[in-house]
Write a protein that binds this ligand. Structure first.
Ligand SMILES: [Zn+2]
Ligand SMILES: [Zn+2]
Length: 127
Protein backbone atom coordinates (compact mmCIF):
# COMPACT_ATOMS: atom_id res chain seq x y z
CA UNK A 1 0.00 0.00 0.00
CA UNK A 2 1.46 3.38 -0.98
CA UNK A 3 1.37 6.02 1.77
CA UNK A 4 -1.25 8.72 1.49
CA UNK A 5 0.32 12.00 0.40
CA UNK A 6 0.58 14.57 3.15
CA UNK A 7 -1.89 17.43 3.03
CA UNK A 8 -1.98 20.76 4.85
CA UNK A 9 -3.44 20.94 8.35
CA UNK A 10 -7.14 21.86 8.37
CA UNK A 11 -6.64 24.43 11.11
CA UNK A 12 -7.33 27.89 9.64
CA UNK A 13 -4.06 29.60 8.77
CA UNK A 14 -1.84 26.58 9.47
CA UNK A 15 0.12 25.18 6.54
CA UNK A 16 1.94 22.34 8.29
CA UNK A 17 1.80 19.12 6.27
CA UNK A 18 0.22 16.12 7.95
CA UNK A 19 -1.04 12.58 7.24
CA UNK A 20 -4.17 13.34 9.15
CA UNK A 21 -6.67 16.15 9.28
CA UNK A 22 -4.58 18.27 11.62
CA UNK A 23 -0.90 18.65 12.33
CA UNK A 24 0.35 17.38 15.69
CA UNK A 25 -0.05 20.74 17.37
CA UNK A 26 -3.62 21.34 16.22
CA UNK A 27 -4.79 17.77 16.58
CA UNK A 28 -4.47 18.21 20.34
CA UNK A 29 -6.32 21.52 20.34
CA UNK A 30 -9.12 20.29 18.13
CA UNK A 31 -9.50 17.17 20.22
CA UNK A 32 -9.91 19.24 23.38
CA UNK A 33 -12.53 21.43 21.71
CA UNK A 34 -14.26 18.38 20.26
CA UNK A 35 -14.45 16.51 23.55
CA UNK A 36 -15.87 19.55 25.33
CA UNK A 37 -18.44 19.92 22.55
CA UNK A 38 -19.25 16.21 22.73
CA UNK A 39 -19.81 16.43 26.47
CA UNK A 40 -22.24 19.35 26.07
CA UNK A 41 -24.02 17.59 23.21
CA UNK A 42 -24.30 14.44 25.27
CA UNK A 43 -25.85 16.13 28.27
CA UNK A 44 -28.27 18.10 26.09
CA UNK A 45 -29.38 14.94 24.36
CA UNK A 46 -29.47 13.02 27.62
CA UNK A 47 -31.73 15.48 29.44
CA UNK A 48 -34.11 15.48 26.47
CA UNK A 49 -34.23 11.71 26.16
CA UNK A 50 -37.51 9.89 26.92
CA UNK A 51 -35.63 7.51 29.27
CA UNK A 52 -34.49 10.40 31.44
CA UNK A 53 -37.88 12.16 31.30
CA UNK A 54 -39.58 8.96 32.44
CA UNK A 55 -37.10 8.30 35.24
CA UNK A 56 -37.29 11.90 36.37
CA UNK A 57 -41.09 11.74 36.66
CA UNK A 58 -40.82 8.46 38.53
CA UNK A 59 -38.37 9.95 40.99
CA UNK A 60 -40.49 13.05 41.60
CA UNK A 61 -43.53 10.82 42.15
CA UNK A 62 -41.67 8.90 44.87
CA UNK A 63 -39.94 11.89 46.46
CA UNK A 64 -42.23 14.91 46.24
CA UNK A 65 -40.12 16.90 48.68
CA UNK A 66 -36.64 18.34 48.49
CA UNK A 67 -34.47 15.68 50.07
CA UNK A 68 -31.90 18.24 51.08
CA UNK A 69 -34.43 20.34 53.00
CA UNK A 70 -36.02 17.20 54.44
CA UNK A 71 -32.72 16.35 56.12
CA UNK A 72 -32.84 19.75 57.82
CA UNK A 73 -36.42 19.18 58.91
CA UNK A 74 -37.90 21.57 56.34
CA UNK A 75 -40.73 20.67 53.99
CA UNK A 76 -40.34 22.14 50.50
CA UNK A 77 -41.63 20.73 47.23
CA UNK A 78 -38.97 19.33 44.89
CA UNK A 79 -38.86 20.63 41.34
CA UNK A 80 -35.62 19.17 39.96
CA UNK A 81 -34.08 15.72 39.92
CA UNK A 82 -30.35 15.70 40.47
CA UNK A 83 -27.62 13.09 40.15
CA UNK A 84 -26.06 12.43 43.56
CA UNK A 85 -22.79 11.44 41.88
CA UNK A 86 -22.61 13.69 38.79
CA UNK A 87 -22.46 11.92 35.44
CA UNK A 88 -19.23 13.75 34.61
CA UNK A 89 -17.70 12.17 37.72
CA UNK A 90 -18.78 8.70 36.65
CA UNK A 91 -22.18 8.55 38.35
CA UNK A 92 -24.85 6.27 36.86
CA UNK A 93 -27.04 8.40 34.59
CA UNK A 94 -30.15 6.24 34.62
CA UNK A 95 -30.02 4.61 38.07
CA UNK A 96 -32.81 5.82 40.32
CA UNK A 97 -30.56 5.14 43.32
CA UNK A 98 -28.21 7.83 42.06
CA UNK A 99 -31.00 10.42 41.96
CA UNK A 100 -32.29 12.88 44.50
CA UNK A 101 -35.24 15.24 44.37
CA UNK A 102 -34.29 18.82 45.12
CA UNK A 103 -35.83 22.23 44.93
CA UNK A 104 -34.24 24.66 42.50
CA UNK A 105 -32.18 26.71 44.94
CA UNK A 106 -30.81 23.64 46.75
CA UNK A 107 -29.85 22.19 43.39
CA UNK A 108 -28.14 25.39 42.29
CA UNK A 109 -26.08 25.69 45.46
CA UNK A 110 -25.00 22.06 45.15
CA UNK A 111 -23.95 22.63 41.53
CA UNK A 112 -22.06 25.79 42.48
CA UNK A 113 -20.20 23.82 45.16
CA UNK A 114 -19.29 21.15 42.65
CA UNK A 115 -18.05 23.70 40.13
CA UNK A 116 -16.10 25.43 42.86
CA UNK A 117 -14.38 22.17 43.68
CA UNK A 118 -13.34 21.71 40.06
CA UNK A 119 -12.25 25.33 39.86
CA UNK A 120 -10.11 24.94 42.98
CA UNK A 121 -8.41 21.93 41.51
CA UNK A 122 -7.58 23.89 38.37
CA UNK A 123 -6.14 26.85 40.26
CA UNK A 124 -4.00 24.47 42.32
CA UNK A 125 -2.47 23.05 39.15
CA UNK A 126 -1.82 26.54 37.85
CA UNK A 127 -0.17 27.39 41.18
ZN1 LIG B 1 -1.83 22.83 12.26
ZN1 LIG C 1 -33.90 21.96 49.72
Amino acid sequence: MPRKPKSPCSYPGCHALTDEQYCGRHRREEYKKYSRFKRDEFSKRFYNSPQWQRLRKQKLAINLLCEHCEREGKVTPATVVDHIVPIKEGGAALDINNLQSLRRSCHDSKTAREDGRWGNKKSLVRG
